[in-house]
Design a protein around this ligand. Structure first.
Ligand SMILES: [Zn+2]
Length: 313
C-alpha cells in the first residue's frame, strides 16, 4: 500500500513540473515505469488539467456557454426544472444605454396586464423604416421571423440579460454577430401580431421576463437605473402591473432590501365583533404598535365592527 501511495505521489510531482501553456489539453497521459505498471496493473494514468477559465470563472464569462440556441425564441423554456432563484441579481458595467429608436421614446403600452392578457414587454412608437439599434453591446442569439413577434432580433448581453426587438420590417444582423452598444440591427415595422408600427421591446434573464422599466429609464437620460439590481418575482410577472402606466417603483440594489420587501406583505383585516387590538395582533402575528403606526390610530382607539385595518405581515 505504501508503495502504491508513493507511486501516485511520484507521478503527481512529475506532472507538476510539466510546463502549462495557453493551449492546454483537457488531460495528460503518463506512461508508467515497468515496476509501477505491475503494482498498479495499468500501463498509463490520465490526469485531468483544469483550464484557466475554470480557475478564474469570475474574470471570464462565456455568454454562449448555456442555452445558446439560435433557432428558438426562448431556449430556457426547454428546461424541465425552473432554476431561477429570486431575488435575481443583475449587474451592469454601463450606467447608460443607447436609445433603441433615433427619436424621443414615446411609450404606447407598458409591461403589464392588457385586455385580459399579459403584455410582457414595452411598446415604443415608431414609423416603419426607422432605425433600431442595440441598447447594449452583446451577441445576436436569434434573428428571424417568430410567430406573434414578427421579424425579431434577440441580443444576449455580457451580463446575461437578453433584449428582444420585435415587429421589425427588416433584420440587418445574423445570429452570432457581435454588436456594439448603439449598433444598427434592423428597421422598425409592424410584422407579426401587431396593430400599427411600433417596437415591442422585452427584457429577459434566465428566460424570465422582467419589467423593462425596472432596469432602464425610458426617458431622455438613457440611463440604467442601477448598476447592481435585485429583481423580485413581482417585477417578472405582468399580472402585478398595468400596461397603462408604471406604478410606484422601488429599486432594490441589495439582496437584503429585496428580501425585506417580500417580508412586508399587506393584508386588509375587517374588524369583527369582540375584536381588540391585542387579539388582532396576536392572531396575525404582528404587534399593536405596528397596527397603530400603519393605520394612524392610537392604542386606546375604539374599533368599529366592519372597520378596515391594514396589517403589514
Ligand atoms: Zn408589445
Amino acid at each position: 500500500m505504501k508503495y502504491l501511495l508513493f507511486s501516485i505521489v511520484f507521478v503527481l510531482c512529475t506532472c507538476a513540473c510539466f510546463p502549462q501553456g495557453d493551449n492546454q489539453s483537457e488531460s495528460i497521459k503518463i506512461e508508467l515505469p515497468t515496476n509501477f505498471k505491475k503494482a498498479l496493473l495499468v500501463n498509463e494514468i490520465e490526469i485531468p488539467i483544469q483550464s484557466k477559465a475554470d480557475n478564474n470563472s469570475n474574470d471570464f464569462v462565456d455568454i454562449k456557454a448555456e442555452y445558446w440556441d439560435t433557432t428558438v425564441y426562448n431556449p430556457y423554456k426547454s428546461t424541465t426544472v425552473n432554476t431561477t432563484e429570486f431575488p435575481m441579481n443583475i449587474t451592469f458595467s454601463d450606467s447608460t444605454y443607447a436609445s433603441p429608436v433615433p427619436h424621443k421614446k414615446v411609450i404606447t403600452s407598458h409591461f403589464g396586464w392588457r385586455r385580459g392578457r399579459p403584455h410582457k414587454g414595452l411598446d415604443i412608437d415608431l414609423v416603419t423604416g426607422d432605425s433600431v439599434v442595440s441598447m447594449l453591446s452583446g451577441i445576436v442569439r436569434f434573428a428571424q421571423y417568430s410567430r406573434g413577434h414578427g421579424k425579431t432580433v434577440v441580443v444576449r448581453h455580457f451580463n446575461g440579460l437578453e433584449i428582444t426587438y420585435a415587429h421589425l420590417s427588416d433584420i440587418a444582423v445574423k445570429v452570432n454577430d457581435t454588436l456594439a452598444k448603439g449598433q444598427y440591427l434592423g428597421k422598425g415595422g409592424n410584422t407579426g401580431r401587431s396593430t400599427g408600427s411600433h417596437l415591442h421591446l422585452s427584457t429577459t434573464y434566465n428566460g424570465e421576463f422582467i419589467h423593462p422599466e425596472y432596469l432602464f429609464n425610458f426617458d431622455d437620460t438613457n440611463t440604467i437605473r442601477s448598476q447592481e439590481l435585485w429583481v423580485t418575482r413581482k417585477w417578472t410577472k405582468a399580472t402585478y402591473h398595468s400596461s397603462k402606466g408604471l406604478a410606484k417603483l422601488t429599486l432594490f440594489t441589495t439582496k437584503e432590501a429585496a428580501l425585506a420587501s417580500l417580508e412586508k406583505q399587506r393584508k386588509v383585516y375587517v374588524v369583527r365583533s369582540g375584536d381588540t387590538l391585542s387579539r388582532i395582533s396576536k392572531r396575525n402575528n404582528t404587534s399593536i404598535a405596528a397596527i397603530c403606526r400603519t393605520n394612524k390610530i392610537n392604542q386606546n382607539s375604539t374599533l368599529r365592527i366592519g372597520q378596515k385595518l391594514i396589517l403589514e405581515l
